[in-house]
Design a binder for this molecule. Structure first.
Ligand SMILES: NC(=O)c1ccc[n+]([C@@H]2O[C@H](COP(=O)([O-])OP(=O)(O)OC[C@H]3O[C@@H](n4cnc5c(N)ncnc54)[C@H](OP(=O)(O)O)[C@@H]3O)[C@@H](O)[C@H]2O)c1
Length: 310
């Protein structure tokens, strides 16, 4: 796998312990199954894992350190829940590296646009020290991305990517020009929650989960979209969630999927090889727009962004 041209990313948000798994996903997956999923990722040539300190209450990072082999790729993040303090990023990355049992991460994202310049400058220092191979930003607006690119340009470092929420039913970044800007500037766009945390999977396969309970009202509104997804899936002989993944990859977006099981990894790897037709994309978008489900795509983490002190 070429880290500059990744086809898919494995999300690790749900690699938690028993209580965490049940609370967040409605079920717990044994470590052995996750280890099998990691094996499948290697076989499918998508050994790229997206992490953050709090995923699975820290368990995801520790599992990568314990079971990840040297040839996997690690995407990690600094989450600025408070204002910038000198050394804060370094301290957090050092803890990450200890978890990962290695001396660098492949991609490091500034998780929220708080004190962007200060945080990015510290990330740039860590890049120069070889602890970070590529730098990205996550949950940033177009203006914030432009500002970040300028800071990195000045340091002679390319902005690797933008990691934001995107799916068939959450296309704000397309409407407000961020996706186009990424393309024009050869910046990757990684989409998180392309399956909308389980909402864009096959509605005929019933699963009990607190998430699904929360989404119940929205799921009712999505009936029309599910119909189109099922038709597209049948035409390509793929599964319904694979349509949501292929929707992204057809548009040149890198899909990130929460995979805890080997079959989910295989689904992801197969789906990114499928190309939907312009007509299928249009029908999926029309059905999504008709459903008009409010997902808070662009704004979901705005509440956590702190106002600049300067
Ligand atoms: N940068 C950010 O701020 C940010 C925010 C959120 C997430 N992320 C990243 O994005 C990743 C993906 O998001 P997510 O995990 O929250 O949600 P997601 O990938 O949209 O959805 C995960 C759900 O989809 C199900 N699923 C996965 N593969 C499937 C398949 N092949 N067939 C049927 N169902 C399937 C899972 O089922 P099971 O429950 O059975 O496993 C789970 O319920 C995260 O893990 C994280 O790495 C980043």
């Amino acid at each position: 796998m070429d880290i500059l041209k990744p086809t898919a990313v494995i999300g690790t948000n749900a690699w938690g312990g028993s209580l965490y798994g049940k609370a967040v996903r409605g079920s717990y997956v044994e470590d052995d199954i996750i280890i099998d999923a990691m094996r499948a990722a290697k076989e499918e040539d998508i050994p790229l894992y997206d992490l953050a300190r709090d995923y699975g209450l820290g368990k995801a990072q520790r599992m990568i350190g314990e079971f990840g082999t040297k040839d996997i790729f690690i995407s990690a993040k600094y989450t600025p829940f408070t204002h910038y303090k000198p050394g804060c990023v370094r301290k957090s990355l050092e803890k990450d590296l200890k978890d990962f049992k290695r001396d660098y991460v492949d991609i490091y994202w500034l998780h929220l646009p708080t004190d962007v310049e200060d945080h990015l400058n510290e990330i740039i220092d860590l890049y120069h020290e070889g602890k970070i191979r590529h730098i990205g930003v996550s949950n940033f607006t177009l203006d914030e991305c432009k500002k970040s690119k300028k800071i990195l340009d000045t340091a002679g470092i390319p902005l690797y990517g933008v990691q934001n929420h995107y799916s068939i039913i959450c296309r704000d970044w397309e409407d407000n020009g961020l996706l186009e800007w990424c393309k024009e500037n050869s910046i990757l766009f990684w989409a998180w929650a392309v399956l909308e945390e389980g909402m864009l999977v096959d509605p005929r396969i019933k699963k009990r989960s607190p998430m699904k309970f929360t989404f119940n009202r929205k799921i009712k509104k999505l009936k029309g979209l599910y119909k189109v997804m099922i038709k597209v899936a049948e035409r390509h002989d793929i599964k319904v969630p694979q349509v949501a993944i292929a929707f992204c990859s057809t548009k040149g977006i890198v899909p990130m999927c929460g995979c805890r099981k080997p079959e989910q990894v295989t689904d992801l790897a197969e789906a990114v090889k499928v190309r939907l037709t312009p007509g299928e994309i249009r029908r999926l978008e029309e059905a999504a727009d008709t459903a008009n489900v409010n997902i808070m795509g662009a704004d979901i983490f705005r509440a956590f962004v702190l106002k600049s002190k300067k």
